[in-house]
Ligand binder design. Structure first.
Ligand SMILES: [Zn+2]
Length: 128
């Protein structure tokens, strides 16, 4: 999917280049107007290059793009909002726990406890 850009606003290529560079450097864009052409250019950059992203409405107004990084170990998308896929310096919490990181092990214990108390989840009956 390629987003079209409004033709009435002719943007200098340097401005688009800078917006894409800022997104690449910081992993997130600045605040963009939903009607803004720059947002479309950054979106297209993500789609063309297979970059996973999240588009969010920002509290201060406008829309922002956040890059969703992949875990170096299991290659799943990180920072989706789940505790187990928080980005811990390039690897997700679940993989860091597998590698023996004490903080991540504690987080994964908490995740398992939350899962087991989730009323909608499956549970296993025991004889105890
Ligand atoms: Zn992982």
């Amino acid at each position: 999917m390629i987003y079209s850009t409004p033709m009435k606003n002719k943007i200098r290529p340097k401005v688009i280049e800078d917006a894409i560079k800022r997104f690449e450097d910081r992993g997130q864009s600045g605040a963009h107007s939903p009607h803004g052409a720059i947002l479309c250019h950054v979106l297209n950059h993500c789609i063309k290059n297979g970059i996973s992203f999240r588009l969010s409405y920002l509290a201060g107004g406008g829309y922002g793009l956040q890059r969703l990084d992949l875990c170096n170990i299991c290659h799943k998308i990180m920072d989706t909002g789940l505790l187990q896929d928080v980005n811990c310096g390039g690897d997700c919490t679940a993989c860091m726990a597998d590698a023996g990181d004490p903080d991540c092990i504690n987080t994964m214990r908490a995740v398992k406890e939350l899962d087991s108390t989730d009323e909608g989840g499956d549970f296993i009956e025991t004889d105890e």
